[in-house]
Design a protein around this ligand. Structure first.
Ligand SMILES: [Zn+2]
Length: 221
């Protein structure tokens, strides 16, 4: 099954992709953020350039992203499908993607901006394996989102790596990213709606609550 995750940054795309969809469907969760970080330290021809772009906080140019993605989609584990997270980010990328593959579903994750901001501020990531936790405890507007805590504070359950907060999870930066999302990425929802493949996920709880909802949407429950 080939799936694109859309939704504002922090709405929960990465969590649903990695914790629910990828294991359930047995397809890789392909996050362009992870691809960039891996490429930056790979020593490849591209790596110095990517590292420079990321360090400056700039967006990686579309042609480079699509090349890396094409590469990734060509690998063995992606032959039965994939879940794309962080791509496409704009109309140009969506059109480029149309040239290399089709998709079955676009899952559009919806959550109010103010909740997103609280949730991102609580995000903690494992430095070693990238697993995502959250220390925010949100109960408002019909939404119950308990924290996702590791057993030992500051330490990853999976690999004992150190948990950290990304610099770009600060509120001002999150607000900028939301603005950019509404300008550049949100119009893609309409683009895919015309094909009838968009499924909306209205987030009202943590992954345990959302799991059956999401599986039902893609016909797996
Ligand atoms: Zn870990």
């Amino acid at each position: 099954m080939k799936i694109i995750m859309l939704g504002a940054p922090g709405a929960g795309k990465g969590t649903y992709a990695s914790k629910i969809l990828a294991p359930e469907l047995n397809v890789p969760h392909i996050s362009t953020g992870d691809l960039f970080r891996a490429e930056a330290v790979s020593g490849s021809e591209l790596s110095a350039k990517i590292k420079e772009i990321i360090d400056k906080g700039d967006l990686v140019p579309d042609e480079i992203v699509i090349d890396m993605l094409k590469n990734r989609l060509g690998q063995d584990d992606a032959q039965n499908g994939f879940i794309l997270d962080g791509f496409p980010r704009n109309m140009e990328q969506a059109k480029m993607l149309d040239e290399i593959t089709d998709v079955d579903f676009v899952l559009n994750v919806r959550l109010a901006d103010e909740i997103i901001i609280k949730k991102i501020a609580g995000r903690r990531i494992c430095r070693k394996c990238g697993y995502i936790y959250n220390v925010a405890d949100i109960h408002e507007g019909g939404i119950d989102m308990p924290p996702l805590l590791p057993e030992k504070e500051g330490i990853c359950d999976k690999c004992s790596g150190e948990l950290y907060q990304r610099d770009d999870d600060a509120e001002a930066i999150v607000r900028d990213r939301l603005k950019l999302y509404y300008e550049k990425t949100a119009p893609l929802i309409e683009y895919y709606e015309k094909r009838g493949i968009v499924k909306n996920i209205d987030v009202n709880g943590g992954p345990d609550i959302m799991r059956p909802v999401i599986l039902k949407l893609i016909g797996k429950a």
